[in-house]
Design a binder for this molecule. Structure first.
Ligand code: SF4
Length: 283
C-alpha cells in the first residue's frame, strides 16, 4: 500500500491533469498579449518536461494534503495513516520532493515532509470496504493568498464576490496565476476553509451541480479575469482558469467564506484501495 501511495504522489507532482492542461491551452489560444502568451508557453513547456522526464513540474512540490474516504469495512482501515506518513517520507527521497516541513518554533526543516500535523490528512468515514485517497500537493506561494472572511449575513453573496475579487487583486502575481479558486461558503470558519480546499479536487470546467451556485462561479470567473492580472501577474486575459464554490448551511448570524488559492500547478491524483489489496490510481 505504501508503494501505491508513493506512485499516486509521483503522478500528482509530475503530471498536471488533462482538464487543467486543456484550460491552459485554451487560455494561450485566446491570449493577445505577447508577454502573457510567452508565460503560458513556458508553463505548458514545464508541464511537458515534467511528463516526459517524470520530474516535478514545479520546484515547490508543496505541502502534501490527503483527503481520505475510508470505508468502515476496509481491512486496511487501521494502516492508512501510518502508510500515508511512510509514503510521504519515501516519496520525498525517491521522486524527490522538496522538503517543506519546518518546525514553527525553531525553523528546523524535518527533511522528509513529515512533522507535527503534516502531511495533512482529512478523514471522512463512509460505508463499504474500499478506501479512496485524494492527494493534493499545495504550493506555498498560492497558499499564502488564501484567506477567511467572516461576513455579516447582510453582506451576503455580493460580499462574497467583493471579498474574493479584492483578495485576488491584492495578491496580483504572487500565487503564480492563472489560478483556480476554491471557495467554501457556510459551516463555520474552519469548515468553510476545508470546503474551499476540497473544491480544488473538482475538474477545471466542472460547475457546481446547483445551478444557482454554478451561476455565481461563472460570474466570479468573469469578474476575476476582467482584472487583467494575467499569467504570472504580468497582464493578460486569463487570471483564473476556474472558480469552484462549495456550500454548507450556516449559523443565522454568520456568513463565513473560506478562500483557497491554487496556482497553475493545480496538482492532484487519486487512488482506491480495494479490500483484496488491488489499487487503482488516476487523476
Ligand atoms: S505557487 Fe505553485 S507554481 Fe508557484 S512556485 Fe509555488 S507551487 Fe510552484
Amino acid at each position: 500500500m505504501i508503494g501505491a501511495i508513493v506512485e499516486a504522489i509521483r503522478l500528482a507532482v509530475t503530471r498536471i491533469p488533462d482538464d487543467v492542461v486543456s484550460a491552459l491551452k485554451k487560455a494561450y489560444e485566446r491570449e493577445e498579449n505577447g508577454v502573457a502568451r510567452f508565460n503560458l508557453e513556458n508553463i505548458l513547456r514545464a508541464i511537458e518536461i515534467g511528463k516526459a522526464e517524470a520530474i516535478p513540474v514545479c520546484q515547490d512540490t508543496g505541502t502534501l494534503t490527503f483527503f481520505v474516504k475510508a470505508g468502515l469495512d476496509s481491512p486496511f482501515l487501521g494502516e492508512i495513516e501510518r502508510a500515508i506518513v511512510e509514503a510521504t517520507r519515501l516519496a520525498t527521497k525517491e521522486i524527490p520532493l522538496r522538503p517543506n516541513a519546518v518546525d514553527v518554533l525553531t525553523g528546523k526543516n524535518s527533511g522528509d515532509n513529515t512533522g507535527r500535523g503534516v502531511p495533512v490528512i482529512h478523514w471522512e468515514l463512509t460505508e463499504g470496504d474500499e478506501i479512496e485517497i485524494a492527494v493534493l500537493p499545495k504550493g506555498g506561494g498560492s497558499e499564502n493568498c488564501s484567506a477567511l472572511a467572516m461576513l455579516t449575513p447582510g453582506e451576503g453573496w455580493e460580499g462574497v464576490k467583493r471579498f474574493v475579487v479584492e483578495r485576488v487583486k491584492a495578491c496580483g502575481g504572487r500565487p503564480c496565476p492563472p489560478v483556480v479558486l476554491g471557495i467554501g461558503v457556510g459551516g463555520g470558519a474552519d469548515y468553510s476553509l476545508l470546503l474551499a480546499k476540497k473544491a480544488l479536487l473538482r475538474r477545471v470546467g466542472e460547475r457546481n451541480p446547483d445551478e444557482r451556485i454554478a451561476e455565481i462561479e461563472g460570474e466570479l470567473l468573469e469578474e476575476i479575469n476582467a482584472l487583467g492580472i494575467g499569467p504570472m501577474g504580468m497582464g493578460g486575459r486569463t487570471t483564473a482558469l476556474d472558480v469552484k464554490i462549495e456550500v454548507a448551511h450556516r449559523h443565522p448570524a454568520s456568513f463565513p467564506v473560506g478562500l483557497i488559492v491554487q496556482c497553475w500547478a493545480n496538482r492532484r491524483a487519486f487512488l482506491r484501495i480495494k479490500p483484496d489489496g488491488r489499487v487503482d490510481i488516476w487523476q
